[in-house]
Design a protein around this ligand. Structure first.
Ligand SMILES: [Mg+2]
Length: 261
């Protein structure tokens, strides 16, 4: 179990520091360093801390449940999938899902349309897993997620010229305009479909009643189109743009830890 000083008796009782994971607490898809974990331990003696990652909890844990800590227990708030999966002091908070939001009745025509559209698509190659159903979104791939590394590169090059994904997204946006969905093209072979507003600002809902006045957010993809953009720009947060975990440590030392062991 987490044994923590209550938020209100820390030196900065109304401050929370929220961290993106990939590129902010650790290098992309790597484990956080000992130095990072030690810095966070010191920070937690000063204020409330949270992570807010886009990946699922399994992937996030591989990166930050390291050097003797369990991320869900260690962080005061733990947010995976932008906060759709959420914990406070190691205890789960109410979670949301794509299918709960959309509903079976509205999901069926959407996925049927997508599969028909892909079936009729004339592209050089198709593999398998054209729609991947996740907790907070669906991921749609015209070539299929089972494509090999080389096939992914080939599709990416083909898509650059023939605009397969952007054309597909434009059609879905128009046809399902009343669904309240956001379409986001990322990576090489696919695009994500999720409810509007389910970016990282979603996690702010979970801390809204906690009385924090200074909500610091640290992220590396804070530019427009990046997955930290919305929360970084949000009027409720104080945004810090970093390019690597060392930047995060440096800013924390300056803001909260200078002169402290
Ligand atoms: Mg990142």
């Amino acid at each position: 179990m987490a044994s923590s000083t209550p938020f209100s008796s820390r030196p900065f009782p109304k401050t929370i520091c929220m961290f993106d994971v990939d590129g902010t607490l650790s290098l992309a898809r790597q484990a956080a360093t000992v130095e990072m974990i030690e810095t966070l331990k010191k920070l937690k003696e000063q204020c409330t801390i949270a992570f807010v990652g886009g990946s699922d909890l399994v992937k996030i844990s591989e990166q930050i449940s390291v050097h003797g800590i369990d991320a869900v227990q260690f962080f005061d708030f733990a947010f995976a999938e932008n906060g759709l999966t959420a914990y406070k002091l190691g205890q789960p908070l109410a979670s949301e899902s794509f299918i709960k939001f959309v509903g079976e009745e509205r999901y069926k025509p959407l996925v049927n349309f997508i599969l028909h559209y892909i079936a009729d698509l004339d592209i050089p190659m198709k593999r398998g897993t054209f729609v991947e159903f996740r907790n907070g979104m669906i991921n749609v791939s015209p070539i299929g997620r089972n494509a090999s590394i080389q096939e992914r590169l080939d599709f990416q090059a083909y898509d650059k010229i023939h605009k397969i994904r952007s054309t597909f997204v434009d059609i879905l946006k128009e046809k399902f305009a009343d669904y309240g969905l956001t379409f986001s093209i990322g990576g090489q072979i696919s695009f994500d479909v999720f409810p509007a507003g389910w970016d990282k600002t979603y996690s702010l809902n979970h801390i809204a009643g906690e009385g924090f006045t200074d909500i610091h957010f640290f992220g590396d993809h804070t530019y427009k189109g990046g997955n930290d953009y919305e929360i970084y720009e949000d009027s409720r947060t104080i945004g810090h743009a970093v390019t690597k975990p060392e930047d995060t440590i440096k800013i924390l030392n300056e803001l909260f830890l200078s002169g402290k062991k």
